[in-house]
Design a protein around this ligand. Structure first.
Ligand SMILES: [Zn+2]
Length: 488
């Protein structure tokens, strides 16, 4: 609930002369109750998220009962303990009865595949990809498909408390356009795959004008430039190497599917004479800001190699389980080796939702199940993977992943005054094992409210749904045609 008469005018508070100075002095006098700096120049764009249980996700695991987060513009200016003086006249979001947590970070997915959700299920990865997804994508994926599909996915992710997603898909300009309109942070950019893609016929064509995109979004408030290569089993190693070099030159995130399927090791060895991780190392892929999606089949040596490089892993437990990947990624070992591990939903057609709360629950339980040890991946560790860990995997930990002063104001309010979440004994337990995305009430990205009362307010959700249903009709026709062609 927003406690202000100016619901749509975020920064419409009238300032008394000297109010900022007195606030700064009051906060300075109670230094132990306030973490951060208040900038008098930002008086007009302040917002206070007040009265909730603030789960900071700093290194110390600080939790402030009845605390407040002071937002100035797009960043977090200060954290206030319950006893600290509050800024006068500031617009307040009443967080009483809520957990106030960092926006969740989805480290791997293919957002526009939201339009293909439920089209084909219960199949092995290669059958699913080669006989169902790739043929339909070849016919259908165009700029409007990617734009509306990404908007649809962005609405779902924002409602579920995700404020940053790393995307690997086609038509990067449309992904960026949709993300900016929805007001969600997105890692996107040039991608390559070793066969004709809907947007570019070859990896060379995709990489040709890639620098322009990376430069255009270099300092964008929402778009984080990234380069991706689909996988070693679809893309020649020398093309992967060129893409990785491009990412280094532009200080961009690099994403690639790696060691997802047991067949990948033998196909990579046949093509390159090396194992998956060794091949990636030889191509210059492994470095901070590179995210290996899945990384299920890793040896001890490969874990050591990744750890030494600073590269991260996107763990996608539900996608892996659904596609019958008959092993759990070695997440406990990766974390123990110091690898930054984040969580990912993967595409909505292989999950089939974009709810990181659901993903956390699955991650925690999967690893307890396969190890036979209930102490493996405790709740706080898993929540860290979905926030600060994911931010570190993407090399964005100076900007997002925690509610520390100086970081971007990506903030989620989760309503714990509901059946299923009360009473509350341990915060991380509820966040990982009990909460769902549908418990999210309010979401801020860059200090802007994008979800209010559980609904996305940055875009017209009804129009997005109408477009999604229209695409559904077109996609159904194409699937029938593809199936008829396959059987004739
Ligand atoms: Zn994927």
């Amino acid at each position: 609930m927003i406690r202000s008469p100016h619901r749509r005018h975020a920064w419409a508070w009238t300032r008394r002369a000297g109010a900022d100075r007195s606030l700064a002095l009051a906060l300075a006098a109670s230094a132990s109750a306030c973490i951060g700096d208040v900038d008098p120049d930002h008086a007009d764009d302040r917002l206070l998220v007040d009265g909730g249980t603030v789960v900071v996700m700093d290194a110390e695991g600080t939790i402030l009962e009845g605390g407040a987060v002071l937002v100035e513009g797009d960043r977090i200016a200060a954290l206030l303990e319950a006893s600290a003086p509050r800024p006068p006249g500031v617009r307040v979001i009443d967080a009483t009865g809520h957990l106030v947590v960092p926006g969740l970070v989805n480290t791997h997915g293919h957002a526009a595949m939201s339009l293909l959700r439920g089209l084909a299920d219960d199949l092995p990865l290669m059958t699913w990809l080669e006989q169902h997804i790739f043929p339909v994508e070849a016919e259908l994926v165009a700029p409007d498909f990617v734009y509306w599909g990404t908007l649809l996915a962005s609405a779902e992710m924002l409602r579920n408390g995700t404020t940053t997603f790393a995307d690997m898909y086609y038509f990067r300009d449309e992904v960026a356009r949709a993300a900016v309109e929805a007001g969600i942070r997105a890692v996107t950019g040039p991608g390559i795959i070793g066969f004709p893609a809907p947007d570019f016929p070859t990896p060379d064509a995709s990489l040709q004008d890639a620098a322009a995109f990376l430069e255009e979004y270099r300092d964008h408030p929402l778009i984080v430039p990234g380069v991706s290569a689909h996988a070693l089993y679809t893309t020649p190693l020398e093309a992967v190497e060129r893409a990785a070099r491009l990412a280094v030159e532009h200080d961009a995130v690099f994403q690639i599917h790696a060691a997802e399927d047991p067949s990948e090791d033998s196909t990579t060895r046949a093509a390159t004479g090396m194992g998956v991780v060794e091949a990636l190392e030889s191509a210059g892929v492994l470095r901070p800001g590179t995210v290996l999606a899945h990384a299920v089949y890793l040896s001890d040596e490969e874990i050591a190699l990744i750890a030494a490089s600073g590269a991260g892993i996107a763990h996608n437990p539900q996608s892996n389980m659904k596609l019958g990947i008959a092993a759990a990624a070695r997440v406990p070992e990766a974390l123990a080796a110091g690898i930054p591990v984040g969580l990912g939903t993967d595409g909505p057609a292989s999950n089939n939702d974009l709810d990181l709360f659901d993903e956390m629950d699955a991650a925690a339980k999967l690893h307890k199940f396969v190890s036979g040890d209930p102490s493996v991946l405790p709740a706080e560790t898993v929540f860290r993977m979905a926030t600060a860990g994911g931010a570190r995997a993407l090399n964005l930990h100076d900007r997002i992943g925690s509610l520390e002063p100086g970081k971007k104001a990506d903030i989620v309010l989760l309503d714990v005054g509901r059946p299923g979440l009360a009473p509350l004994y341990r915060v991380y337990s509820h966040l990982v094992y009990a909460a769902r995305g549908s418990d999210v009430a309010t979401v801020l990205v860059n200090g802007r409210i994008v979800v209010e009362d559980g609904r996305v307010v940055s875009i017209d959700e009804q129009e997005v749904m109408r477009q999604a249903r229209e695409f559904g009709d077109r996609i159904r026709e194409v699937v029938e045609r593809v199936a008829a062609g396959a059987s004739s």
